[in-house]
Design a protein around this ligand. Sequence first.
Ligand code: GSH
Length: 245
Amino acid sequence: MSIVLHQFPSSHYNDKARWGLAWKGIAHQKKSYLPGLHVKSMQRLSGQTQTLVLDLGGEVVAGSGAILALLEERFPEKPLLPADTALRSEALAVQKRFDDEVGPAVRAAAFSVLFDYPAYVAQVFGRPQPALKRFVYRMMLPKAKGRVQKAYRTLDKEYIQRCIDTVNAALDEVVERTAETGHMVGGTFTIADLTAAALLAPAVNPDHPDMKRPEPQPEAALELTRGWREHQGAQWVYRMYSHFR
Ligand SMILES: N[C@@H](CCC(=O)N[C@@H](CS)C(=O)NCC(=O)O)C(=O)O
């Protein structure tokens, strides 16, 4: 069966699906898009405009939660959902809250500094593309900056501060929840660990080829993430990436 993940290489939601595919050892191909230039292809593929989209032998699903649910159903080996009903509900609730609140907060905070550095943004999002395409993309970024600022409210200082607070609270929650067993829910690796670690990855920069930021990073990005990288919760994210990814 042909399995294709249509993705942005550096996105944290996209890393949730990459992680699910890797965890279950599912052979697949990846097709990477440049953010902004992905819209028509996603629309054609899935009837909506966001990445990520999984084509599982012709069955097309969009969104990290739906993709992980489908993988769990079709590839039950190495389950990501606990067998126990209460734990399963709790793991799915953690996923939903991180998807709805933490993922957008991490992204808006990161974009509030990154888009001042178009060459760096082109490096982050243009990674697997040919040099010429990356160059053209780099040239387009200053024009796209206004759209990004509007879409992600990156000039709204109060909103960005709330996003930063959300990330701090998520790292605190990770420390609290994992203190006893090392896992967010129950005593094994589940969708709750995968989601929390993947969505916090851009905040703490784990050493994994799919998520590690290119170096050198702009000083403002280092400044934004310093406290997060030094937080105890970051150590947990690094452990999830090194042990389970
Ligand atoms: N809730 C969705 C979020 C997906 C999402 O935010 N995708 C972003 C990349 S991280 C995207 O495609 N942004 C571009 C757009 O909205 O057109 C999920 O879990 O997959």
